[in-house]
Design a protein around this ligand. Structure first.
Ligand code: PMP
Length: 440
């Protein structure tokens, strides 16, 4: 009997006993290739000796010092490093313990920014359907997952949702990618105007949608237009790269590939690679200045902000990625894995779409490929793929059912940046069997 209240009350979960490289091991000695990094977390795989050493050293030196008394070296160094590699205009970092906390802090920064600027009427958030931004009340309100929101609806702050940029589902026949991107972005301008431009404070979006849709990047041109619209109406653009950021798509930040810089960028998961819980808001100079010239401080804070162990882990993870040239491996292995997925599933009767960027790839599973007809949600095909994959020693991240009125089953792959061709081949082989069984 377990005394742990798990997110899903699974009595049957195996006990993870150890991890080394791309594999995790359970109590019974079974090995699993971690082809999703848990939830796109374990970017260096498991048990990386350099990160373990850095953590030991930090624990011996300083485990914790409260930020109202001290700053600390790992936090200062990590901030310097992240700002050096950040998109244009980003000048400061705010360290928290995960993705929800990062997005929650970003929402509060946006609100306080407008209070400081003398525009307190700006309080509305626009986000997108089929998105996930976290499970705290503010981020739950912001995300587009109706199932997650339902029981908490009376507690949620005011948010408004537009359709995501999701070519497989929403691009019309005969419509060019460029025209579709502009049409999808136009939904934001229309909504801002409908709500009243001076009441909107922020637009929040994932550059590559992860947990709710299985690695869906926007078409080219979409985010450029989004940036223009936000600028035109003075709306802050918050990009949530909690899942798709920190190298996962082959560039440090996914938005680099969209050619834009946000006002705030949130990161987590791959930042610490799972070795410690950590997330961050990277914010623009104008946000910092509004606080500095106004009340003087960001009115927020948790006990574990800037945690030295968490920052030390993140520094070590980022050092290894740079030293070992792992972003190049993400690009190379991403292209290879995609090629193998296309070879295996390109003509599969139940795989409608193969998509993603770098080592952040997804499959959309359908009952009828020609008609793009989703499976009956009651079949829980995504969950069946996960189960069949686990039986074959493979971890993949499923999502599906009915998300905000859109039915679908998706499988997300986000393997560690250290994979080679042999591991990619094994992932595709095991996934192929799991998908055949689950969709058959
Ligand atoms: N944003 C995105 C895009 C995510 O994928 C997640 C986690 N799946 C979060 C926010 C929330 O992060 P956390 O679970 O660390 O709070």
């Amino acid at each position: 009997m377990t005394h742990i209240l798990h997110r899903q009350i699974h009595a049957s979960l195996p006990v993870a006993k150890g991890g080394r490289g791309v594999e995790l091991f359970d109590e019974a000695g079974n090995a699993y290739i971690d082809a999703c990094g848990g939830a796109a977390v374990s970017c260096l795989g498991h048990g990386h000796p350099d990160v373990v050493d850095a953590l030991k050293k930090q624990a011996e030196t300083l485990a914790y010092a409260h930020t109202s008394f001290f700053t600390n070296e790992p936090a200062e160094q990590l901030a310097d490093r992240l700002i050096a590699g950040a998109p244009e205009g980003i000048s400061h970092a705010y360290f928290v313990s995960g993705g929800s906390e990062a997005n929650e802090a970003a929402l509060k920064m946006a609100r306080q920014y407008f209070v400081e600027k003398g525009e307190p009427q700006r309080r509305r958030i626009i986000a997108r359907r089929q998105s996930y931004h976290g499970n705290t009340l503010g981020t739950l309100a912001t995300g587009g997952n109706e199932w997650r929101r339902e029981p908490f609806r009376p507690l949620l702050i005011e948010t408004h949702h537009i359709d995501p940029c999701y070519a497989y589902r929403y691009q019309e026949a005969g419509e060019s990618e460029e025209a579709y991107g502009l049409r999808a972005a136009q939904a934001l301008e229309d909504r801002i105007n409908a709500l009243g431009p001076d009441t909107v404070m922020a637009f929040v979006a994932e550059p590559v949608v992860g947990a709710t849709a299985g690695a869906v990047p926007a078409v080219s041109g979409y985010f450029k237009r989004i940036r223009e619209i936000c600028d035109r109406y003075g709306v802050l653009l918050i990009l949530d790269e909690v899942m798709c950021g920190m190298g996962r798509t082959g560039t440090l930040h996914a938005c680099e590939q969209d050619g834009i810089a946000p006002d705030m960028l949130t990161i987590a998961k791959g930042l610490g690679g799972g070795y410690q819980p950590i997330g961050a808001v990277l914010l623009g100079q104008h946000i910092f200045d509004a606080f500095a010239e106004g009340s003087g401080l960001f009115q927020h804070g948790h006990t574990y902000i800037c945690h030295p162990m968490a920052c030390a882990a993140a520094l070590a993870v980022q050092d290894v990625i740079e030293r070992d040239g792992l972003l190049a491996n993400v690009r190379e292995m991403g292209a290879y894995l995609r090629e193998r997925l296309e070879a295996r599933f390109g003509n599969h009767a139940h795989v409608g779409d193969i998509r993603g960027r770098g080592l952040f790839l997804g499959l959309e599973l359908v009952a009828d490929r020609g008609a793009k007809e989703p499976f009956d949600p009651a079949r829980k095909v995504h969950a069946a793929v996960k189960k069949e994959a686990m039986k074959r020693g493979l971890m993949v991240y499923p999502s599906g059912g009915t998300i905000d009125g859109t039915r679908g089953d998706h499988v997300l792959l986000a393997p560690p940046f250290i994979i080679d061709r042999a591991v990619a081949d094994t992932i595709v082989e095991r996934l192929g069997e799991a998908v055949d069984v689950a969709t058959g």
